[in-house]
Design a protein around this ligand. Structure first.
Ligand SMILES: [Zn+2]
Ligand SMILES: [Zn+2]
Length: 252
């Protein structure tokens, strides 16, 4: 037995003891309703996530009204404008109610434990048809600019990608994309400036990773999709065969 192994053997009971004491002091409970339990969100709270159900735009995933029974409805924007660099985008739910609260708490209150139930919700809701996990080669989180990453300490999209990847058993490449310049938060900008704000803001770190691969970009909330579109452009420029987008929630 080497020193490392013996240290681990000692650490494991100590860690278990520490975790046990922490559980006594701060029993694990649902971060939304406070009910005791090991999961960050209890089943009853998760059931309150508002799932985005059809009819939705087959390209950008936004809810559309009844579209006369078309198999592949398109929203007004997708019918009118130039195609995106990704093949399709889908969000698991609407950005409201408890789902919104969980995403905001993950991001701004640094409740990392919430990434697990959110990622599971994404994997279960979106892991059919279009995003059948066996059609995806790799998951790529939308990167944060390094200065924002330092501020927050983690990238919420990366945590979500890890959770989805674990569920689907698809590898995650957290560093496949990088921000090559800092952009202003899209939410603070007028709609007409958002596309310019993120144009050419991303680059693929290692094109050999992406050659002829099907990449699935992971974001927390999608709205106008300009950011995802620029990420998809960088991935396809680097040789990806196709890019899809998934998010926990769709805003707007
Ligand atoms: Zn709960
Ligand atoms: Zn659309």
């Amino acid at each position: 037995m080497n020193a490392l192994t013996s240290a681990r053997r000692l650490l494991t009971p100590l860690t278990a003891l520490r975790d046990g004491l922490l559980d006594l002091l701060y029993p694990p409970k649902c971060l939304a309703c406070g009910r005791m339990g090991n999961e960050a969100l209890c089943g009853a709270c998760r059931e309150q996530f508002s799932v985005l159900s059809p009819p939705i735009c087959s390209r950008c995933g936004v809810s559309v009204g009844e579209r006369g029974g078309s198999d592949r409805p398109l929203c007004a924007d997708c019918r009118r404008s130039a195609p995106f660099h990704f093949s399709a985008a889908r969000a698991a739910g609407h950005f409201d109610g408890l789902l919104r609260e969980a995403i905001l708490r993950l991001k701004y209150e640094r409740r990392r434990r919430l990434a697990s139930p959110l990622g599971e919700f994404m994997a279960q809701t979106l892991g059919k048809e279009l995003f059948a996990p066996d059609r995806i080669d790799l998951l790529v989180p939308v990167p944060l600019h390094p200065s924002r990453l330092r501020e927050r300490g983690f990238n919420q999209s990366e945590l979500l990608a890890q959770a989805v990847g674990e569920f689907w058993r698809v590898p995650v490449y957290p560093n496949a994309l990088r921000r090559v310049r800092r952009t202003r938060p899209q939410a603070n900008l007028h709609a007409s400036r958002r596309a310019d704000n993120v144009r050419d803001a991303f680059a693929a770190a290692d094109p050999s990773l992406l050659q002829d691969r099907v990449a699935l970009l992971v974001d927390d909330v999608i709205t106008t999709l300009h950011t995802c579109n620029e990420c998809a452009r960088a991935l396809t420029d680097a040789g990806a065969r196709a890019v899809y987008v998934i998010a926990a929630a769709r805003g707007g």
